[in-house]
Design a protein around this ligand. Structure first.
Ligand code: SF4
Length: 340
């Protein structure tokens, strides 16, 4: 990729900014993030809420807590929510999600757009959730390199690279706007791997991307490879370059300024907006549960209540001169343009 700190980097960021302004307005769209549950059937080697981590206190939000969060998003004109959880594929859970989706649509009179990030499911389940009212789905491939994928996941059927690819296709088949993403700065990951990740997203013709720096969690097996890591600052810088490069490659997609950026740099998300991202996900999970949804350590804002979180985003957006698209779904222009 480009030299670490020189002219090339400045040119890259400037070009990305120019393309964003031309294609995406000067608006940042919000997805109120609800971390619905940290129960997960999987054991990804990098993840703090993996099934085998016995130090995690497990929770699933009550319907009441869940709806309160959705109502908060509605009353504060967020336009959309994003529902995220560990992976579960049992029938009870699938029906529960369908029920929650239908209720949110009802209580918001269709005003709230809904993004899901609930992992690998069957085509039938994706169709059910799409019909229940969700219309965007994010499933991160984490790395598009099969060999590297096998180094960061257990080697079994539940963590199968080809199945994940198939799930991505099924999400699109079900009608969703399709999102994926990768971790940046993984042990064993090369710059070529990252360049291939960008080409993978382009070839998949995704509508949205959420990618962020890998942050090692001490209660996970991958922590053993920490000696192979770049510094957090280098991983952050690499993430900014990935965002800017992706914006140049895919002019009209939605790109998330991931929360993990903020775990390394307090203004990480805002900087990412300056380099091509256009989506923010303020965490509106009830404060007493936020601390238990720790995919990585140093998770930002876990002690802030939802109100404080919203105010903070408002202030920061004003600071960088971006406008927030209140009351708008902020769908991927790439998706809407492809339908014209
Ligand atoms: S990354 Fe997702 S699927 Fe994997 S263990 Fe964590 S929550 Fe579960």
């Amino acid at each position: 990729m480009l030299d670490a700190g020189g002219k090339d980097k400045i040119l890259l960021f400037e070009k990305a900014r120019e393309i964003t302004d031309l294609n995406i307005d000067n608006k940042v769209y919000l997805r109120g993030l609800i971390e619905y549950s940290n129960v997960c059937i999987k054991d990804c080697l990098y993840c703090g809420i993996r099934k085998s981590n016995k130090n995690t206190e497990r929770y699933t939000l009550s319907d009441e807590d869940f709806f309160q969060s959705a109502i908060y998003a509605l009353e504060h004109n967020y336009g959309s929510i994003a529902i995220q959880a560990g992976e579960r594929t049992d029938k009870v859970y699938i029906s529960k999600i369908s029920h929650l989706l239908k209720e949110i649509k009802k209580l918001s009179q269709g005003k709230l757009g809904i993004t899901l990030s609930l992992g690998e499911q069957t085509l039938d389940t994706y169709q059910k959730w799409f019909e229940a009212g969700a219309h965007r789905y994010l499933l991160r491939i984490e790395t598009s390199n099969k060999e590297l994928y096998s180094k960061i996941h257990p080697n079994n059927d539940l963590h199968n690279f080809d199945k994940r690819l198939e799930a991505l296709q099924n999400i699109r088949k079900a009608g969703f706007q399709l999102g994926t993403g990768v971790m940046i700065g993984l042990p064993h990951q090369t710059i070529k791997n990252l360049a291939d990740d960008l080409l993978f997203m382009k070839a998949l013709d995704v509508d949205m991307v959420g990618m962020g720096p890998y942050i090692e969690h001490p209660e996970t097996p991958l922590f053993e490879a920490q000696h192979l890591l770049k510094t957090p600052k280098q991983r952050l810088d690499l993430t900014f370059k990935m965002i800017a490069s992706l914006r140049i490659l895919m002019k009209d997609i939605n790109i998330v300024a991931a929360t993990a950026l903020q775990a390394i740099d307090k203004m990480g998300r805002e900087k990412a907006i300056g380099y091509g991202a256009n989506i923010m996900m303020p965490n509106i999970t009830p404060t007493n549960f936020k601390k238990n949804y720790k995919l990585y350590p140093n998770k930002p804002c876990i002690d802030e209540n939802t109100e404080e979180c919203g105010l903070c985003i408002d202030t920061k957006m004003n600071l960088i001169g971006s406008q927030i698209g209140y009351n708008e779904w902020g769908d991927s222009k790439h998706f809407t343009n492809s339908k014209v």
